[in-house]
Design a protein around this ligand. Structure first.
Ligand code: ATP
Length: 606
C-alpha cells in the first residue's frame, strides 16, 4: 500500500491567554485507500489535526504531504483532491438539498452533466430523494448532517476528511454512512480520514486507528492489533437497572476477578479478566451481587472501545507507537517508540494553467457562489426595502421638528438624501462587516476555504450580491421624498451610475472592516458608532460646496458623500459635479477595498 498522507513532526500551538499545545510532534502515515480513524477525548487535538491536513490551519512546525502534494507549499492542490465534512455548521444551508449537492460539485470543478449525474446518484444512495427539494436549513439535524456528508462526496475526491460524520444520525443512517465509506474505500480506492467518538461502530469500518490524548498519538494500529495489546482477556459488559451505580462492596468483588472500567453510558460497567477467571466473574455477578439490580450482562472478546477506555488510564506522555504503514520492515528494525516513515517524494506544484482555463474556473466559481449568496439576499431583501423607506421618513419627521432652519425645501432634500446614505451605510458596511466577522468565527468560512475556489471569486460574489441588498436603501428615499414633498427627481447619470458605484465601494469598505475586526461584538459597536456619527453630521456632510476646502476634500474620499450628492442632484434637478472624477474615485475605492480585503483575509482559519 503506498502512502496517501505523510505527517512528520507536526506541532500546532494556539496562543490565547495561555499556550495550548493542540498537536504535539505527530508523525504517522496513511496508506492509499485506507480508512484511518482518529479517536480521542474532547480537546485531544483531532479537529486541529484534520484542519492541518487540509491546509486550513497552518502548522507551527512539521510537514504534511497529501498524495505527494506538500500542503504548506500548495494548499490548493490538496483542496482539489479532498472532500471535507467539518464538525460545525456549513455553508449552502439556504439552498435546496439538490442544489447544495449540485453547486458543491460545480465549485469542486465538476462539469455540468457530471455534477447533475452524481447529484442524482447520491440522492438515491443516501436516501435523500424525498427531501431533495427542501431547504437544507429546514431539515432535521441528522438529515442536514447526511446532506453535508453527501456534499463531501461530490466530485469523487481521492481523500475524504470527515469530522464526526455520524453525529446526530439515527442508527439506520449511521449504518448507511459506514457502508458508503466502506464502498468508497474498497471500490474507488478513496482514502478516508475519520474523526469519531463512535468507537464501537467505527471498529467495523476502520483499517487502522490512532488514539489521541492531549495533542499526542498515544497508540496506533489496526483494531485487531490494538485489541491484541490488551492481552488475552475476556470482557464482561454489565448494565445496572435505571442507570444505577455499583457500591464499593460490589466494585471490590468485581475488582477481585479483573479490572473494572466505568462505561460510556450511565449504569454501564466493563470488566476485563483473564479467561481462566471468567467462571469466577460469572459467579460473582449471578450470585455474589444478587441484591443488585442487574439488568443485563454480556461476555465477549475485547472491542476497540475497551482499548480506548483502557488508554484513559495511561499517561499522555507515553511514547507513540511506530506508525508507518508504508515501511513495515524499516519500522520493525527501528528502536521502540521511534516512528519510521518511507521517504516522501513530493510533486512540485503544477504550472499555472493557461489564462483561459483560470478565467473559466473563476467564472464558474463566481456564478455558483453568487447564486448561493443571492438566495440569502432574497430572504432579507424585503427587510432592507422597509428599512430604506422608514429611515428617511423618521429623519425628516424628527429633524423638521427639532431645528427651525431645516424646513426649507433644500434642507429637506439634504436630509432625505442623507438618510438614504445612512441606510446604505447600515446595510452595506454593517451587513458585510458582520457577515465576514461571522464567517470567520463560525464554520462557514472553513467550508468555503476547503473548496478549490478562488478567493477573488468568493469576495466578488459576496460584494456583488450585497449590492442588491443595499440598493433599496437608496431607491426608497427617492420615492419617500416624492410622496412626501412632491419633489420631482431627475434620472441623471449621477443617479444611474454613481449610486450603484457607491454601493459597491461601501460594500468593499464593509468587507475590509470585517476582515480586520474579528469579533462580532466589536463589529456591531463600530458600525453602529459609524452610523451614529454619520447621522449627526448629515446636514453638514451633504452639501460639500458649503464646507471649507480641506473638509470638502475629505468628504470626496467618502463614498457616502457621493451617494448623497447623486441623490441631492437627482432630487433638486441641479446636475453639477465632476461626473468622471466621481466615477473614478468610487471605482478606486472599490478596487482598494477589495484588494485590501483580499490581502488581509487570511484564507486559512488560523
Ligand atoms: N482557534 C483556537 N484557539 C485557541 N485554542 C484552540 C483553537 N482551536 C483549538 N484549540 C484548543 O486546542 C485543543 C485541541 O482542540 P481540538 O478542537 O483540535 O480538539 P478535538 O479533539 O477536536 O475536540 P472535540 O472532540 O471536542 O471536537 C483544545 O485545547 C482547544 O481548546
Amino acid at each position: 500500500m503506498t502512502d496517501a498522507i505523510t505527517v512528520r513532526n507536526l506541532t500546532r500551538t494556539y496562543r490565547t491567554n495561555q499556550l495550548v499545545l493542540a498537536n504535539d510532534d505527530l508523525t504517522f502515515s496513511v496508506g492509499r485507500g485506507e480508512v484511518f480513524g482518529v479517536l480521542g477525548a474532547n480537546g485531544a487535538g483531532k479537529t486541529t489535526l484534520v484542519s492541518q491536513l487540509l491546509g486550513l490551519v497552518r502548522p507551527t512546525s512539521g510537514s504534511i504531504t497529501v498524495e505527494g502534494v506538500d500542503v504548506m507549499a500548495d494548499p490548493d492542490g490538496v483542496k482539489r483532491i479532498t472532500g471535507f465534512l467539518p464538525q460545525t455548521e456549513l455553508a449552502m444551508r439556504e439552498l435546496e438539498v439538490r442544489r447544495a449537492l449540485h453547486y458543491t460539485g460545480r465549485l469542486r470543478g465538476q462539469g455540468e452533466t457530471d455534477a447533475r449525474r452524481q447529484t442524482d446518484e447520491l440522492l438515491d444512495e443516501l436516501g435523500l430523494g424525498p427531501v431533495s427539494g427542501r431547504y437544507v436549513n429546514q431539515l432535521s439535524g441528522g438529515m442536514m448532517r447526511l446532506v453535508n456528508f453527501g456534499m463531501a462526496l461530490m466530485g469523487r475526491p481521492k481523500l475524504l476528511v470527515l469530522d464526526e460524520p455520524t453525529n446526530e444520525l439515527d442508527p439506520h443512517n449511521r449504518r448507511l454512512v459506514w457502508d458508503v465509506l466502506a464502498r468508497r474505500s474498497a471500490a474507488e480506492g478513496a482514502t478516508v480520514v475519520l474523526v469519531t467518538h463512535n468507537v464501537l461502530e467505527a471498529e467495523s469500518v476502520v483499517d487502522r486507528v490512532a488514539v489521541m490524548r492531549q495533542g499526542r498519538i498515544v497508540t496506533l494500529g489496526s483494531p485487531g492489533e490494538l485489541k491484541h495489546r490488551l492481552g488475552d482477556t475476556v470482557r464482561m459488559e454489565l448494565q445496572i437497572r435505571d442507570g444505577g451505580e455499583l457500591g464499593a462492596a460490589e466494585l471490590a468483588l468485581l475488582g477481585a476477578t479483573g479490572t473494572v472500567v466505568p462505561g460510556t453510558r450511565d449504569g454501564r460497567y466493563l470488566v476485563h479478566c483473564a479467561p481462566a477467571r471468567m467462571p469466577e466473574l460469572v459467579t460473582v455477578v449471578t450470585e455474589g451481587m444478587a441484591t443488585m439490580e442487574i439488568e443485563d450482562f454480556r461476555l465477549s472478546r475485547p472491542s476497540l472501545e475497551d482499548v480506548y477506555l483502557n488508554l484513559d488510564d495511561e499517561p499522555a506522555t507515553s511514547a507513540p507507537s511506530p506508525v508507518s504503514s508504508a515501511a513495515p520492515s524499516a519500522a520493525a528494525t527501528a528502536p521502540a517508540g521511534v516512528a519510521v516513515l518511507a521517504p516522501v517524494t513530493t510533486v512540485p506544484p503544477p504550472a499555472r494553467p493557461p489564462l483561459r482555463d483560470r478565467l473559466a474556473r473563476g467564472l464558474t466559481s463566481f456564478k455558483y457562489l453568487w447564486l448561493e449568496q443571492m438566495l440569502e439576499v432574497r430572504s432579507t431583501w424585503w427587510w432592507s426595502l422597509l428599512f430604506g423607506f422608514l429611515m428617511p421618513v423618521a429623519m425628516v419627521f424628527g429633524l423638521t421638528r427639532i431645528g427651525g432652519g431645516l424646513t426649507d425645501q433644500n434642507s429637506l432634500l439634504y436630509i432625505v438624501s442623507g438618510a438614504a446614505v445612512f441606510s446604505v451605510a447600515t446595510e452595506g458596511i454593517a451587513t458585510l462587516a458582520q457577515r465576514v466577522g461571522v464567517v470567520r468565527t463560525s464554520g462557514m468560512l472553513q467550508y468555503y476555504v476547503s473548496l478549490p475556489i478562488s478567493r477573488t471569486a468568493f469576495l466578488s460574489a459576496l460584494v456583488f450580491s450585497r449590492l442588491l441588498l443595499i440598493l433599496p436603501g437608496l431607491v426608497t428615499p427617492i420615492i419617500a421624498a416624492r410622496l412626501m414633498y412632491d419633489a420631482d427627481f431627475v434620472v441623471s447619470p449621477m443617479l444611474l451610475v454613481v449610486l450603484p458605484l457607491t454601493c459597491l465601494a461601501l460594500s468593499a469598505v464593509g468587507l475590509a472592516i470585517g476582515t480586520v475586526v474579528e469579533s462580532m461584538d466589536v463589529i456591531v459597536v463600530i458600525t453602529n458608532l459609524l452610523i451614529f456619527v454619520l447621522l449627526l453630521a448629515a446636514p453638514v456632510l451633504i452639501p460639500p460646496e458649503s464646507l471649507p476646502l480641506p473638509l470638502r476634500l475629505i468628504g470626496y474620499l467618502l463614498p457616502p458623500t457621493y451617494a448623497a450628492e447623486a441623490l441631492r442632484h437627482a432630487l433638486s434637478g441641479d446636475l453639477g459635479g465632476m461626473f468622471l472624477v466621481d466615477v473614478a474615485v468610487l471605482l478606486g475605492m472599490t478596487v482598494l477595498g477589495l484588494a485590501a480585503t483580499s490581502r488581509w483575509i487570511r484564507w486559512r482559519i488560523a
